[in-house]
Design a protein around this ligand. Sequence first.
Ligand code: MG
Length: 379
Amino acid sequence: MNVKRIAVLGSTGSIGESTLRVARHLKESIQVEALAAHSSVEILSAQIREFHPKLVALFDQEKAAILRREFPHLKIVAGIEGLCEVASSDLIDFVVIATSGLDALLPLVKAIEAKKGVGLANKESIVAGGEWIVQLARAHQVTIFPIDSEHSALFQCLEGRELSTVSRIVLTASGGPFRNYSSEQLKSISVKEALAHPTWKMGKQVTIDSSTLMNKGFEMIEARWLFNLPPEKIEVIIHPQSIVHSFVEFIDGSLLAQMSEPSMIYPIQYALTYPTRKKGMFPPFDFCKNSPLEFFPPDENRFPALRFAREALLSGGSLSPFLLGANQSLVSLFLKEKIEWLGMMQKLEKLLSQHKPYPLQSVQHILNAFLEGQKTAGI
Ligand code: MG
């Protein structure tokens, strides 16, 4: 049997741990050869003892030194160079990139240049540099497998189809905890309320982004680049149960959907086992327990983030990384209780209207536009 040799970047985070759970479940066909993490040295040590990787990277130099004392015979590299080494190592065929933030951009570029298969859970890199990254992947004949429930769903529904036969794709959104709040109620939302997501358990930034629907806006941008679809064919529908992960509608009016209970295990396993499928680890889907399934139109007056994403797509160039950076700063200001929940989107709208977009021709351009967004928004 073919064994896939993988690296996991961000192995100590939630997607990283889920990836290792899939690797444990499919240990006959998946071998974990390299691990990389930011700084969680205890969790990483336990993973090294279980999976016996040949190469390990820690972003944090001091923590790398601690790990080297614990594993003197293991190759341990550090910093962003270390992450790049893991992503492009000869030891691996496939890399799961599950780190958060734009630090993933450079390792992603290195993995593509080294022609590795890529399972991409990092949203920021495609939102900020999608057009550029996708061209690079095409030039190196590398497939990017999205590890995000919506994009994995779209990938599965679009597999083997002619793009010219697609009339639209419809991304589903849970709607977040404030889906039914009136404009009046949206004025007094606490950090604690915004951090309580109804269906998905995730990091703080993405949970807040789900509450404003900015996360769905970013996913529209991702879908545009990952699937090479024009912005006018990308729509969003609110689906509070998070069972249908997205739809593809074809020109004959037929719809394909991909469904499962909300768990990242499904898209991770699909990316790791493609082009085949292997036995999953959950019981069969229970239709009656997961009934009814509801769908509602998104309200762009209360949740303008979808409109911002569309503007970024239509304008192109630096507006997407600028939006990403500005939003990130505004979310951290909200988490520190320095601005109101509604203030995030109000301020974002103003900043976007003031930005003069320019074309992106390098990783540095992408990072500059992101930093400009961060800075203008207040950090
Ligand atoms: Mg998602």
